[in-house]
Design a protein around this ligand. Structure first.
Ligand code: NAD
Ligand code: ZN
Length: 283
C-alpha cells in the first residue's frame, strides 16, 4: 500500500528513510528506468514538443514499414537523435545508480527502456573503462536496444557504430561489413519483438529482486511495464520516482513525485556502504 505521498519526506521515519531502509536491506535490487531519467541530461522524452516531434509521430518513424518505404527519412531522424544524445552527459541519477551497481558488484541491476547508453556511460566512467568494456554482469539490460549500434537489415550482423551518420543520400548510409546490405539502428521498433534472451534475463532479475526501483517510465510500453509487476508478485517491494503518477504507482509502497536527478542521489547516498542484505556490498 502506498504510503501517503504527503507524509514527511526527510527526518526520522520520513519517506526517504523508509525507502533507504528497504534498499539497504535488499539482497538484490532491480532498477527499471525509462526516458524520464534522461530528461535532465537533455534527452527529450517521446512526449517532447520540439523539433521532429512536431512533424512526425515516433511510431511513424520507429517502425519497420517506414524503414522499408523510406530508409533515408528514418535514418535522418536517427542521425539527428544520435547527434543530440552524443552531446548529452549522464546526470546525477545515472551516476548514483552506477555507483550502486559497481559497489554491489551487480546485486543492483539496471533494466532500461532507454536506447541512449547513458547508464552504461556512467558505469564506464566511474570504473575507468570505455563504455564497450563494461563487464556483462554490470551492463544495463537495454530492452529496446542501443542507438549507437547498427544491425544489418539482411543478415542481422550487429556492431557498435559511434561515428556520425551521413544521411545525405541512401548511398552514404552505413552498410553491413559482412554482406554489404543497408544497416538499420539496433533498436526495437513499434511492432517488433524484444530480444528474447535479454527479456528472459530481465524477467529473472525482476522476479529475484527484493526491491524494484522504478524511475522515469510512463509504464505504458509492454512488455517492459510488466516487469515491476513480476517483482511485486514475487513478494518484492516497489519504490517509484516520477513527477507524475503512472499505472505502476499503484504497485508502489513509496512514490517520490520528483525529478530523478534531484531525488535519486539523496535516496541512494551511502547505501552501498550499509551492512545490509547478504553483505554483498563492499565494506
Ligand atoms: P515516456 O516518454 O513514455 O515517459 C517518460 C516518463 O518520465 C513520464 O512518466 C514522465 O512523467 C517521467 N519524467 C519526465 N521527466 C522526468 C524526470 N526528470 N525524472 C523522472 N521522471 C520523469 O518514456 P518510457 O516510459 O521510457 O517509454 C517511451 C519509449 O520511448 C521507450 O520505449 C523508450 O525506448 C523510448 N525512448 C527512449 C529515450 C531514451 O533513450 N532516452 C527517449 C525517448 C523515448
Ligand atoms: Zn549483412
Amino acid at each position: 500500500m502506498l504510503i501517503d505521498p504527503a507524509a514527511p519526506l526527510r527526518g526520522p521515519g520520513g519517506r526517504l528513510e523508509l525507502a533507504r531502509e528497504l534498499l539497504g536491506a535488499a539482497q538484490c535490487v532491480a532498477v527499471f528506468t525509462g526516458a524520464g531519467i534522461s530528461a535532465e541530461s537533455g534527452v527529450p522524452t517521446f512526449r517532447g514538443a520540439d523539433g521532429w516531434w512536431r512533424r512526425y509521430r515516433p511510431q511513424d518513424l520507429a517502425n519497420p514499414l517506414a524503414f522499408r518505404d523510406d530508409p533515408l527519412l528514418v535514418w535522418s531522424w536517427y542521425a539527428w537523435r544520435r547527434e543530440l544524445i552524443a552531446r548529452c552527459e549522464p546526470n546525477a541519477a545515472h551516476y548514483a545508480l552506477a555507483r550502486c551497481v559497481l559497489e554491489s558488484a551487480g546485486a543492483w541491476r539496471i533494466i532500461t527502456q532507454n536506447v541512449d547508453g547513458l547508464h552504461q556511460r556512467a558505469i564506464a566512467e566511474l570504473s575507468g573503462v570505455a563504455p564497450g568494456e563494461v563487464p556483462d554482469d554490470l551492463r544495463p539490460l537495454a530492452l529496446h536496444g542501443e542507438i549507437f549500434r547498427v544491425r544489418c537489415s539482411e543478415c542481422g550482423h550487429a556492431a557498435p557504430h559511434l561515428e556520425p551518420i551521413d544521411a545525405t543520400s541512401v548511398e552514404t548510409l552505413p552498410c553491413c561489413p559482412e554482406c554489404g546490405a543497408l544497416t538499420r539502428p539496433a533498436v526495437v521498433w513499434f511492432g517488433e519483438s524484444l530480444d528474447n534472451t535479454q527479456l528472459q534475463h530481465a524477467m529473472g532479475v525482476a522476479e529475484h529482486a527484493d526491491v524494484g526501483l522504478v524511475i522515469g517510465t510512463s509504464g505504458l510500453v509492454q512488455p517492459a511495464a510488466s516487469l515491476p509487476h513480476m517483482t511485486r508478485q514475487a513478494g518484492g517491494r516497489i519504490i517509484e520516482v516520477n513527477p507524475d503518477p503512472t499505472p505502476l504507482t499503484e504497485l508502489a509502497e513509496l512514490w517520490f513525485a520528483s525529478k530523478a536527478a534531484l531525488i535519486v542521489p539523496e535516496l541512494l547516498e551511502g547505501l552501498a556502504g550499509l551492512e545490509g542484505g547478504t553483505g554483498r556490498f563492499r565494506p
